[in-house]
Write a protein that binds this ligand. Structure first.
Ligand SMILES: *Cc1c(COP(=O)(O)O)cnc(C)c1O
Length: 366
């Protein structure tokens, strides 16, 4: 990806209708994921002629789009998700933004969108959080969810990469993912539909992948499951990932396995961070195919002790049950195993500044 050493600054156009302090305090007391936005959004425009320009922070509000806007027809769009964490001393930090910036650039390339330099990506987060710092919640396990995204904003019905693109960052305060303690989820293992395939867009974080996962997700609900795990499209025998989280399997001997990243699996920042922490702690970590039939047998025999999903939103979610069209197995103790819970605590302790950041993962935003 292209890199610039010095960032260009964002012009700030302050909102004249900010949410009053008391109303904001009430919203921050019990935020529900993705329902409330801060007062501002960061934005950069790209055109084929002028490249990236007009870096600004402006009042949050509806976009005005031409009905022929390319994203509405051909889904040329990519996004990211990361969080800003308030530390006890009042400073605000984010976690490994360079990894998200690099993934955003890879996703953009796959969708024939222009690359945004890491310096612009990180500076857009800093500029928005600087203006909306009062929106970073301070309660336990609370954070400000940051959603950078880029889409084809050119009004043109022809099929080709758009020549006008908009990049925005919006932010939403979020509470503890699990209220009342971590709850293991049930997973529907989908055999008929896939979220990605060889040579497809599975490794890109694009809205289209999510659209493809919604129907199978409803099959999961029909089977009383919370989420869906997808299998590989070619052999339908190995686990890939959930609609928005990577998956890991913990052996009774402490070995941890996860499917290797491929063009059908999203390279999660949480995934890579967990693998690093486990390696630090002396666990054997194997990135290798997880065969469904073997996994079911190993859960039944007790060889597999814990299964969990991981991603920025929930950090780590224990998987208590796997259900498919001809099986229904419960993981030992119904999930929420000790390794899942201890690595989850270690990772969140680093993010909230309660534990030494050995890897230099934290980046100060405000
Ligand atoms: C975002 C995402 C993940 C998790 O990535 P993190 O960087 O850990 O948040 C996993 N799978 C898919 C399909 C995703 O879109």
């Amino acid at each position: 990806m292209s890199t610039t050493t010095s960032h260009q600054s964002f012009a700030v156009h302050p909102s004249d209708h900010c949410v009053p302090d008391d109303e904001r305090a009430a919203l921050l007391a019990a935020p529900r994921f993705g329902t409330v936005s801060t007062d501002h959004m960061a934005r950069i425009t790209w055109t084929a002629a002028d490249g990236w320009h007009d870096r600004r922070v402006e009042p949050y509000g509806p976009l005005s789009l031409d009905p022929a806007c390319a994203v509405l027809h051909y889904a040329q769009e990519v996004f990211e998700g990361l969080k800003a964490y308030a530390h006890a001393d009042g400073s605000v930090w984010t976690f490994r933004p360079g990894a998200n910036a690099a993934r955003f650039a890879r996703s953009a390339t796959r969708l024939a969108l222009p690359e945004l330099a890491e310096a612009d990506f990180v500076e857009s987060l800093r500029a928005l959080v600087a203006v909306d710092k009062a929106w970073v919640p301070t309660g336990e396990e609370m954070s400000l969810y940051l959603r950078p995204f880029m889409f084809a904003s050119e009004a043109f019905l022809g099929v080709r990469p758009a020549q006008q693109v908009d990049y925005l960052v919006i932010a939403s305060p979020v509470g503890a993912y699990f209220t009342g303690g971590v709850r293991p989820v049930s997973i529907w293992v989908e055999r008929g539909y896939h979220r990605a395939g060889p040579g497809g867009t599975g490794a890109a974080k694009c809205g289209g992948n999510y659209a493809a996962s919604l129907l199978p997700q409803t099959f999961g609900y029909d089977h009383d499951c919370d989420q869906v795990c997808f299998l590989d499209a070619r052999t339908k025998t190995v686990l890939e990932e959930l609609g928005g989280m990577n998956v890991m399997v913990v052996g009774a001997d402490g070995t941890v396995r996860t499917p290797p990243v491929s063009d059908a699996i999203l390279q999660g920042v949480t995934r890579s961070s967990i693998l690093a922490l486990l390696t630090d702690a002396g666990h054997e970590v194997r990135e290798e195919p997880v065969v469904l039939a073997e996994l079911l047998a190993q859960i039944a025999s007790g060889e597999v002790a814990e299964v969990f999903a991981c991603g920025t939103a929930a950090v780590m979610t224990p998987i208590g049950r796997l259900v498919g069209d001809d099986f229904d197995v419960t993981v030992a103790d119904g999930g929420a195993g000790p390794l899942t819970m201890s690595v989850r605590a270690e990772l969140t302790d680093i993010q909230y500044g309660r534990r030494l950041d050995r890897h230099g993962w934290l980046h100060r935003l405000a």
